[in-house]
Design a protein around this ligand. Structure first.
Ligand SMILES: [Zn+2]
Length: 452
């Protein structure tokens, strides 16, 4: 397929909370991403890539292991469950295979040590606490470029995790005003606040915005953060090229999940299993590979087996839930998976089964002990499953569950079969029902108010 040597450098730039359709290369009308768009012209861009788990910790655990959250048990952000020592991570395999491994990431530090497995396998784990409102991404990129310089000549595995688009939004000038158009707001902030006044008062005020009552201003701040991070992606690309390492480097730029601007009544956060959150940006640049677009349904589970195949990493002794993307790049039109199952169990609990045509969302309303699992706003959760026809309703605004009972039954059957398969493989009860929520509304509010 291509002629790269078997130990190319592997550089992963992961951008937190980056919604794919806010990038030019995914059709956004505002010029938020000139650098990523330029990289897209040299890459394979995945148009239908989805996170198997959201938000951050489940998403990245799957990326680094090639296993669905239902296999690892890591179904929530900062939950009680730890990753088993028997599960191998990408940096562990890379180091065994002779790579120098560097991680620049906040998940061990930010997670109060509860994400300890994110440091596994690194020669250098450079942890940090996310500091919004500044130029932290530039400092982190400086660190990454420093390691590239230091280990020029070695095969290098580098994982760079940038957080700028995550709340609180607060890009630096000139990015704070670049995308702001007065009067372009899709929602009235007064209506948004009514959804849960205490929550939105604390959450939005925490951002110390110049125009907190203009929804368009908040979206413009998010877009400004994307542009600020985009500039750093450009620095990484140029540094690799200037070192003459472009033909020896596999570069993956992707997000862990998106961000909601009204989908499912969520605003400025990343919960619920709508495509706004589960769809991720994914650009893979391989030396010798023809650039292009890939419309096949793929999952964050598929990254590990892809990189393992490219580099001849020793395979783990257990089966992965992900599949290599390389057949898709070779022009094979056969899909590598019929659906992606996505999970959330942080602020509310749900499973989604997404085929190219339909999306089923199944809410979880109680845990294994029968205790209620409330929704994102702390209200009793409606147990009714939701069904969307993505061909006619890609924005998932019209629930057709009651209009299409046969389709609903079919999708529910597929999800039931998948859950039974997962239970067989792990010999454990359903992880959502066993663990409950890691950050219920009440606990989230306590933490938010304590910060003020
Ligand atoms: Zn995240």
């Amino acid at each position: 397929m291509n002629s790269i040597k078997n130990r190319p450098n592997i550089v992963i730039v992961a951008i937190d909370s980056l919604r794919a359709d806010h990038l030019g290369c995914y059709g956004y009308q505002k010029d938020t991403s000139p650098e990523i768009d330029a990289l897209a012209r040299e890459s394979v861009v995945f148009d239908a890539a989805f996170a198997a788990g959201i938000p951050t910790m489940p998403s990245f655990t799957t990326l680094l292991t090639g296993l669905h959250p239902y296999r690892t048990g890591i179904v929530s952000h900062i939950g009680q469950r730890r990753l088993s020592e028997h599960v191998r991570t990408l940096p562990e395999l890379a180091r065994e295979h002779g790579y120098v491994t560097v991680g620049i990431d906040n998940l061990v530090v930010q997670g109060e040590g509860r994400g300890s497995w994110f440091a596994r396998g690194y020669d250098h784990y450079s942890g940090y606490l996310y500091r919004p409102f500044g130029d932290q991404d530039a400092r982190l990129t400086d660190r990454a470029l420093g390691y590239m310089e230091e280990y020029a000549g070695n095969p290098l595995f580098l994982f760079l995790h940038l957080w700028s688009p995550h709340t609180p939004y607060g890009p630096q000038p000139p990015y704070d005003t670049r995308f702001y158009e007065l009067g372009s707001a899709p929602y009235d902030m007064a209506e948004v606040r009514k959804l849960q006044p205490d929550y939105y008062e604390a959450f939005v005020d925490d951002m110390k915005l110049a125009h907190p009552e203009d929804y368009a201003y908040l979206v413009a701040q998010y877009d400004g953060e994307i542009a600020q991070t985009d500039a750093q992606v450009g620095r990484v690309v140029r540094a690799i090229k200037q070192r003459g390492a472009w033909e020896d480097t596999v570069l993956l730029v992707m997000s862990d999940h998106g961000e909601c601007f009204g989908e499912g009544d969520f605003h400025f956060d990343h919960h619920g299993l709508y495509d706004a959150v589960t769809r991720v940006a994914m650009l893979l640049r391989l030396p010798g590979q023809q650039p292009g677009r890939c419309g096949a349904l793929v999952s964050t589970e598929d990254i590990f087996p892809t990189l393992a195949e490219l580099t001849d990493f020793p395979s783990p002794h257990y089966p992965l839930t992900g599949a290599s993307l390389l057949p898709l790049l070779g022009g094979d039109a056969t899909p590598i998976r019929p659906y992606v199952v996505s999970v959330e169990a942080t602020r509310q609990a749900s499973l989604a089964l997404r085929t190219p045509e339909y999306k089923l969302i199944l809410p979880f309303t109680e845990d294994a002990a029968g205790a209620p699992l409330p929704d994102f706003y702390g209200r009793p959760r409606d147990p009714a499953p939701l069904l969307f026809d993505l061909r006619t309703d890609p924005e998932e605004q019209r629930d057709i569950a009651s209009d299409a009972p046969d389709r609903l039954a079919e999708m529910m059957g597929m999800l039931r079969a998948w859950r039974a398969e997962m239970a067989d493989a792990t010999d454990e009860p359903d992880p959502i029902q066993a663990q409950g929520l890691s950050l219920s509304f009440d606990r989230f509010m306590e933490r938010l108010l304590a910060r003020r």
